[in-house]
Design a protein around this ligand. Structure first.
Ligand SMILES: *Cc1c(COP(=O)(O)O)cnc(C)c1O
Length: 229
């Protein structure tokens, strides 16, 4: 069941990439496993899925302990400063950096743990009050402030656009994130300005995201089915 779902998603990723002349290898799938039990995550891993995304630190910690060390973990939830140490210990990538304070905390703990942490800047493209993320016009300033934090490697931008009933509704938001990334890359503000990553697209709209330049898509429901509460 999970293997079939993963196969289907990989096929759709490949088709979307080919449709717009992109190399499918450029696009990585993050399986969003929030509220999904460790044994189901293990099943996905045995079907070849390596990268997993988690929103809740405590849950993630329990799960990560039970699973093989070769799984890769991306943190995609809101991160509080007092949890930054735990997040640095558990995750390879933090996709939701949206303020200097959290960036500084992550940098400090990464230094203590002698690791470099890959991060994304979460951008609130839709300017929604209930959502986290830095506003588009404040992203440049945040990136400039982060430059001096040597234990962080800023790979790119991440977004969760306003909810739309149709996948196409997300397209302008994805396009905006891409344009912002191009603009900031021209100023040299990322770790690798020739390969800036864009984490965008979920179960409902990941093919649209790929056509607008996503390099990471974060898919939960379409792999694991509806989440238990
Ligand atoms: C839950 C979640 C997803 C996955 O959503 P689905 O619609 O289940 O694919 C992606 N990104 C973030 C940040 C999430 O919280």
């Amino acid at each position: 069941m999970i293997c079939d779902n993963l196969d289907e998603i990989r096929t759709r990723i490949q088709e979307a990439a080919e449709y717009c002349g992109r190399d499918p290898q450029e696009i990585r799938l993050v399986a969003v496993s929030k509220r999904i039990p460790a044994k189901v995550v293990a099943e996905a891993y045995h079907c070849g899925q390596v990268i997993f995304g988690e929103n809740y630190l405590q849950d993630a910690r329990e799960k990560i302990k039970q699973l093989e060390p070769s799984l890769q973990w991306h943190f995609i939830g809101h991160l509080q400063t007092n949890k930054a140490r735990m997040a640095t210990e558990l995750f390879q990538v933090i996709e939701t950096v949206d303020r200097l304070k959290i960036a500084r905390a992550l940098d400090r703990y990464a230094g203590e743990l002698e690791k470099t942490l890959e991060v994304f800047i979460q951008v609130n493209v839709g300017r929604e009050q209930q959502k986290y993320g830095v506003l588009p016009e404040e992203t440049k300033g945040l990136l400039q402030d982060i430059q001096s934090l040597t234990n962080l490697k800023v790979r790119g931008l991440m977004t969760m656009p306003p909810y739309g009933r149709e996948p196409e509704a997300s397209r302008p938001w994805f396009r905006e994130l891409k344009q912002l990334a191009v603009q900031l890359a021209s100023k040299g503000l990322f770790e690798d300005n020739d390969a800036v990553e864009l984490s965008m697209g979920m179960s409902g709209d990941f093919t649209v995201a790929i056509k607008e330049g996503a390099t990471l898509v974060r898919v939960g429901t379409a792999i694991f089915g509806p989440r238990p509460n």
